[in-house]
Write a protein that binds this ligand. Structure first.
Ligand SMILES: Nc1ncnc2c1ncn2[C@@H]1O[C@H](COP(=O)(O)OP(=O)(O)OP(=O)(O)O)[C@@H](O)[C@H]1O
Ligand SMILES: [Mg+2]
Length: 226
């Protein structure tokens, strides 16, 4: 997992280059709108949401922004693994604790200006926690400290978690697997998100094969379609 972090730290890697373009597109796709809180989701599991979230965080940080990743996937979130940190005190733990007078601790990662709130202990009721009034309070307590907040979410199909998170964010980015994610599923996902009035800013097609995809670079490109 640390390999992913090394890759993200290298601004010359192909992944970093691709994500920089995606970030720039995101910034320019909504010049008149506030794009401070962005959530990342997909139709199905394992399309690269968490990796893309971490890459975007690094890219924003490189452009001088202070970034917080909130791992909203309390079921199988792995941001803590990507950054090699503890998952003992994360979002779920905070959402069941008394917030009165508390300060929410985030983790300073190895990437400069990138902070993390991991998912925490797996709770029995993730959707309920995400929907709670406390979630609103937690975001409220955190948002002034950061320039950008990235919400790493579970997939849309079959789960309500990501649809719930839409109400806390300014825009939603969908990650799809290049040439693999079925169009019908993608349409279903867009419909579900639009059904809760989410503002979809674009689709990132991930895992695009590259010519240099060999021994040295097992990571694939991604590109953005706004
Ligand atoms: N562009 C890429 N090239 C190669 N491998 C990738 C790429 N993006 C993601 N992966 C790999 O695919 C796997 C799944 O990625 P990731 O955990 O980011 O997906 P996810 O959509 O967040 O999954 P989940 O639905 O479980 O949350 C990881 O092993 C990751 O390293
Ligand atoms: Mg994930």
């Amino acid at each position: 997992m640390i390999k992913e972090l090394e890759l993200l730290s290298n601004p010359k890697s192909r992944v970093a280059e691709a994500v920089k373009t995606i970030r720039t597109n995101l910034e320019f796709s909504a010049v008149d709108e506030i794009q401070k809180k962005i959530m990342i989701t997909s139709t199905s599991p394992a399309e690269g949401k968490s990796f893309v979230t971490a890459s975007l965080a690094q890219s924003y940080a490189m452009s001088g922004k202070k970034v917080l990743i909130i791992d909203c996937d309390m079921r199988r979130g792995r941001q803590y693994e990507i950054f090699g940190v503890s998952n003992n005190r994360g979002l779920s733990n905070i959402l069941i604790s008394d917030l009165e007078g508390a300060r929410i601790e985030t983790i300073k990662t190895k990437l400069k200006n990138v902070f993390l709130l991991p998912g925490g202990t797996i709770p029995p009721n993730p959707s309920e926690l995400l929907e709670s009034q406390k979630m609103t309070e937690v975001i409220h307590m955190l948002e002034d400290e950061y320039d950008v907040l990235l919400f790493d979410c579970p997939p849309v199909i079959g789960l309500s978690d990501a649809l719930i998170v839409t109400k806390y964010v300014d825009s939603t980015v969908i990650v799809a697997t290049y040439k693999v994610t079925p169009k019908e599923l993608l349409k279903k996902t867009v419909k579900a998100l639009e059904g809760v009035n989410a503002k979809i800013s674009g689709v990132i097609f991930n895992k695009v094969p590259t010519a240099s995809n060999g021994y040295y670079n097992r990571y694939y490109d991604s590109y953005y379609s706004g």
